[in-house]
Structures are given as structure tokens and as C-alpha cells.
Design a protein around this ligand. Structure first.
Ligand code: FE2
Ligand code: FE2
Length: 373
């Protein structure tokens, strides 16, 4: 078992490491990231064949502590087409149900469906029904662009929400519904519109990921009565910083999001969409990318944030590889403990090549998207 203590660089980082050799295992004194299956409860679970597959998060702020579970990016197809992703989702759900003690709540972090098909969304809702703890949902782009969220909202309600839990203000953001209209002028069918959302490359749909002025104002208002030194957790489908815009691994209005969050000293953003081990800090905001239950995405050609130790390249012959769960703990001493778990035991790459970020063809570095002319 390894424990890495990473040191944060001055001023944080927006997106990627600057050079090939710059992938350092650096994190703040307050941040720990353990690189293998943990001992204790998880080892017991492993012995019992119950490796948890979801993202479980334990948060401890002083005396108050609680855990909760995260599942996202299941990308369900109708059962008649494909059951592979259904099986993985069921496995995750069963492992949430097996958690002892039970989590306080479950966050479903978006991309429940693959093509926004009502059959897919109904299937997901049905599968998740067996989890009896309180559930909160945020949408992913795959859930939305067939009928512009109609079915999703009928099943799961409002796509953004807030509540307080044991001294933490918790915010769920909708980062997917405010995409530019790329379909009307081209007279696309609903299916065509959805199809362009179901690609990694957003060259047709454009910079669809964003929070939007109205929701920024809402978030600002939501936080206005919250003490600046008390913890805030923001759940979003997309990361709230500029990681890799061509794949919408960002929100386009990240500057405004960060301006709102900046006064708060203990902000954690937990996000889906990127389907990979990912960690970043900007100022006092930490961002932690969750694994998908479906598949993992490659790392972008421009590299990963300097604080990320990349995950191992997956075995293409093993469709359970590259997916897993994560456990995080925040303490009153501002420590963030994050433990990624996968069914495969190797989580973090030992060399650049192991992760797919170390070869020359994959590391063409260029200026940040936001800084280009
Ligand atoms: Fe996804
Ligand atoms: Fe997504």
C-alpha cells in the first residue's frame, strides 16, 4: 500500500502539467491520496468478494462526520440492445446497498442514459429504486438532449438543488442544459441533436458545458448566508474548471464559478463526466473526478492537472477495468483523503507510459484554450 503526500504549488493550477517530466506526485500537506485498495473495511469486503464499485465519500469536519455514495456515468442502453452497462450499474447499486453503516445519501452524478431514451432513463430509475437511502440526482448531457430534459425532470425533479447536512452546505449544479443551439439552423432531428452529445469530441455541439447566468446568481444567493470558513461541497457533472474544453471537460463560465466560490475556504467539487482518476486544486477549491461505472475515457492530449497522478491504462480485454469507486474524507484539519478503488487492484500508474500520458504522441502541449487568441 502506498500513501502519497502531495504538495500544492503556489496559486494552484488550472489544468495540466507543463511538461512531460512535470508529472510530480505533489499535493498539499493536507491532502492524501492512497494508491491501492485500502486495508480495514475494504480489505474485509475484498475477502468477501464485495469490492465496492461506487464512489463512497466520507466527510469529517470536526466532530461531525458522515459518508455518502456516488454513482455516475452508467450510460445505460435498453436491455434489448446491451446489458453490459446494466450489469455494472447493478453491481454498483448492490455494493451501495451492502455498505455498513449505510451512507447518509446517494448522489447520482449524471449520464444515467446513453441516448436520452425514455427506456434507458426508466431502466436507470428502476435499478436505482432499490437503494433506499435518500437519493439526489444531477443530469448529464446523455440524459438530456433528446427531449431537452423533459423525461429526466419527470423522473428526478429539478436539476439543481441545495441542502445542508451536518454542517456542510451541499449544492447540486446543472452544468449540461445550457448548451448553444446547434440544431435549429441545421434542422436536426431530436435524435441527431442527441447524437452529437454522445461523442467525446464536441466540435458540432460546441462548448455546451456551462452553469449559466441564472444559475450562477442562484448559487451566489444560496451561499450568501453561509460562513466563509464552513465547508461547501458542490456536485456537478462537468468539472468546474478548464481542464480540456474540446471534450467539454470544463464549464465555459468557470471563471465566474470560481469567483463565487473563492471567498469560501473549504470548497470541494465532486464531478463526473471525465470517467477517470483526476484531481486538481485552484485556490481553496479542490476538484475530484469520479470514475464511471461504464468505461473510462483517455486522458486529453494536453495532459492532466499537475496534481493528478494518472490512473493505469486499462486492459481493453477486461470491461470491468478502469472503473471503480472512490472514498474521500475531509477533516477539520483540512485534510482530504481520497481512495480510489477499482475491481482491478492497480489504480495509479507507476510510470508515464502506464497511464498513456507519457508517450510523445500523446503529449503535444499547447496554450490553454482560454488563453488562445
Ligand atoms: Fe459520461
Ligand atoms: Fe457526460
Amino acid at each position: 500500500m502506498k500513501e502519497q503526500e502531495w504538495k500544492k504549488e503556489e496559486g494552484g493550477t488550472q489544468g495540466r502539467h507543463d511538461e512531460k517530466s512535470g508529472m510530480r506526485n505533489e499535493i498539499t500537506r493536507r491532502t492524501f491520496l492512497r494508491s491501492s485498495l485500502i486495508a480495514g473495511a475494504a480489505a474485509g469486503a475484498a475477502v468477501n468478494g464485495l469490492l465496492p464499485f461506487i464512489q463512497t465519500i466520507e466527510v469529517a469536519f470536526g466532530a461531525d462526520s458522515f459518508s455518502f455514495a456516488w454513482i455516475s456515468d452508467s450510460h445505460l442502453y435498453p436491455k434489448t440492445l446491451n446489458t453490459r452497462f446494466v450489469e455494472k450499474t447493478e453491481r454498483a447499486i448492490n455494493e451501495v446497498k451492502a455498505m455498513k453503516p449505510a451512507p447518509d445519501f446517494l448522489i447520482y452524478g449524471g449520464d444515467l442514459a446513453q441516448l436520452g431514451d425514455p427506456v434507458e432513463l426508466d431502466l436507470g430509475a428502476e435499478l436505482l429504486k432499490s437503494i433506499t437511502v435518500k437519493k439526489y440526482y444531477i443530469p448529464g448531457e446523455h440524459d438530456w438532449y433528446l427531449d431537452m430534459g423533459d423525461k429526466w425532470m419527470k423522473l428526478f425533479g429539478k436539476p439543481n438543488w441545495t441542502f445542508d447536512h451536518k454542517g456542510v452546505r451541499i449544492i447540486g449544479l446543472d452544468t449540461i442544459s445550457r448548451g448553444p443551439d446547434y440544431w435549429s439552423a441545421k434542422k436536426m432531428s431530436q435524435q441527431e441533436r442527441m447524437g452529437h452529445m454522445a461523442t467525446l469530441d464536441g466540435s458540432v455541439a460546441g462548448p455546451w458545458a456551462g452553469v449559466g447566468r441564472d444559475q450562477l446568481d442562484w448559487m451566489s444567493k444560496t451561499l450568501s448566508d453561509w460562513p466563509k470558513d464552513k465547508p461547501v461541497i458542490v456536485f456537478s457533472h462537468n468539472p468546474l474548471y478548464e481542464y480540456y474544453p474540446p471534450w467539454n471537460f470544463w464549464v465555459r463560465d468557470w471563471r465566474e464559478v470560481q469567483a463565487i466560490l473563492k471567498p469560501y475556504s473549504k470548497v470541494t467539487n465532486v464531478h463526473g463526466h471525465t470517467h477517470q482518476v483526476l484531481y486538481n486544486e485552484i485556490g481553496s477549491m479542490r476538484s475530484i473526478g469520479m470514475l464511471a461505472t461504464s468505461w473510462n475515457w483517455p486522458y486529453p492530449p494536453e495532459g492532466v492537472p499537475v496534481l493528478t497522478t494518472p490512473m493505469v491504462r486499462v486492459d481493453p480485454g477486461d470491461h470491468f477495468d478502469g472503473v471503480g469507486w472512490s472514498k474521500l474524507a475531509m477533516t477539520a484539519a483540512d485534510k482530504v483523503n481520497n481512495e480510489y478503488m477499482m475491481w482491478r487492484k492497480d489504480v495509479f500508474a507507476q510510470t508515464q507510459v502506464d497511464s498513456g500520458t507519457g508517450d510523445n504522441t500523446n503529449q503535444i502541449l499547447s496554450p490553454r484554450f482560454a488563453d488562445r487568441p
